[in-house]
Design a protein around this ligand. Structure first.
Ligand code: HEM
Length: 409
């Protein structure tokens, strides 16, 4: 087969070509086995099965006893355990350790807390658009889309505004680690470049970890009733190390994803003005479904990994599988006209927030709320707003990222 998902250039192909390749993979009668590239210092496994059909992604997400998130779910090569936990917290754990952490951090995502955030979200969106209007049209990602998610998470954690830019730059390095724009490193597998990339990754992780850990120490000594105080005090609490790792997970998972959904949203509504007109005819009634369709269509997170714990069907114990959400979300067996962007799609059982199971996105509701307030602000205040030209995409086999998008209004 001429499709090789492990080659970096594949992920630089135009989206339509990549989606056509995944369509061919979905036609095969079983998941294709992809050989891994050796990575200096880390080595390589033999390879992985690419799960490209909706049913296969759902089964692997749901059956966490067989499809484990350990040793890591956010890296194709095995990471040393300490590194996986340091960068990924509970996303790289199985129950019962995962369940304990998820129970504690879920305190930050109760409907009551999210409802309380609603006004702050609207204020934040207004201020971000104020600043963008003052600066004049430019890069939609930098001026608008990337600003809201990072600010929301930093505000939740009580990270002062003067650190927001630093947090954003560090998360760019963590998730854009294959992209030279963020690392200054060529995307190849030479020892020198991999070492440089790893150095930048560790540095970025360390500064985020330190920021959160310092805040945790502070709140342990003097609780203020904010979220961090809630997480580090009480009977079941996070250790300083756990808090640092949870913060990395939260900023990376919450910020590098939602910003792409917002950027894609503007591009999709520009390319499909009839969809935007339909939305604006009943914004409040239609926006939630529209958000889900943006997430399905753009799939900001391309894949997560699982490792098979015992022989199961075609898999042997120790096999790796990759859950390609981008492909599952275009599976013609589940979605009528999957390549059509249709905000009235109902039902819309997309797996953009992960499949059903213990790791289903903790921030899905928050992400929809962020998208809602931002589109409301943009489309009511700047009715002429539109994307100009094509987005500049991130080179990554993990995040379907928009680095830059020119806009006008
Ligand atoms: C459009 C935006 C978003 C997308 C596409 C997205 C996607 C995902 C996906 C695919 C997973 C599943 C991982 C797996 O099964 O292994 C996940 C998990 C997670 N997401 Fe999101 N996410 C988004 C927004 C957010 C936000 C705003 C937050 C928090 C502020 C967040 C926090 C998390 C966390 C903590 C997990 C790990 C849950 C666990 O392991 O139990 N996400 N997300």
């Amino acid at each position: 087969m001429d499709i090789d998902l492990s080659q970096i250039p594949f992920w630089g192909l135009p989206q339509a070509e990549r989606m056509a390749a995944f369509r061919r993979l979905r036609e095969l009668d079983r998941p294709v086995f992809v050989k891994e590239n050796p990575v200096p210092f880390i080595g390589a496994g033999e390879g992985y099965y690419a799960l490209v059909r909706h049913a296969d992604v759902v089964e692997a997400s749901r059956n966490a006893e067989v499809f484990s998130s350990e040793p890591c779910s956010n890296s194709i090569p095995d990471m040393p355990r300490w590194l996986a936990v340091y960068f990924g917290s509970m996303i790289n754990m199985d129950d019962p350790r995962h369940a304990r952490l998820r129970r504690i951090v879920s305190r930050a995502f109760t409907p009551r807390i999210l409802a309380k955030m609603e006004d702050d979200l609207a204020v934040a969106a207004t201020e971000i658009v104020d600043q963008a209007v003052e600066a004049g049209p430019g890069d939609f990602v930098e001026q608008i889309a990337a600003r809201l998610p990072v600010r929301v998470i930093c505000d939740m954690m009580g990270i002062p505004a003067k650190f927001h830019d630093m947090v954003l730059r560090r998360t760019n390095v963590i998730l854009g680690n294959a992209d030279p724009e963020y690392t200054g490193v060529r995307p190849d597998f030479s020892r020198w470049n991999v070492a440089k990339g790893l150095g930048k990754l560790l540095h970025a992780g360390h500064s985020l970890n330190r920021l959160a850990a310092a805040l945790g120490d502070e709140r342990r000594k003097r609780p203020t009733g904010d979220l961090v105080s809630l997480l580090v005090n009480g009977d079941e609490r996070l250790t300083p190390q756990e808090l640092g790792s949870f913060f990395i997970l939260l900023v990376v998972a919450g910020s590098e994803t939602t910003r792409n959904a917002i950027a894609y949203g503007l591009k999709l509504f520009t390319d499909h003005p009839e969809q935007r007109e339909h939305l604006m005819a009943d914004f409040d009634g239609r926006i939630t479904k529209a958000c889900d369709e943006i997430v399905r269509y753009s799939t900001p997170v391309i894949q997560f990994r699982r490792t098979v714990t015992r022989d199961h069907g075609i898999y042997r114990k120790g096999d790796k599988v990759l859950l390609f959400y981008n492909s599952a979300n275009r599976d013609e067996a589940v979605f009528t006209d999957p390549d059509v962007f249709d905000i009235t799609r109902d039902p819309n059982p997309h797996v953009g927030f992960g499949g059903p199971g213990p790791h289903y996105c903790l921030g899905a509701h928050l992400a929809r709320r962020e998208m809602t307030v931002m589109f409301r602000e943009l489309f009511t205040r700047l009715p002429g707003i539109r994307a100009v030209g094509e987005p500049d995409f991130l080179l990554s086999n993990f995040i379907n990222g928009v680095k830059h998008l020119t806009y006008a209004y």
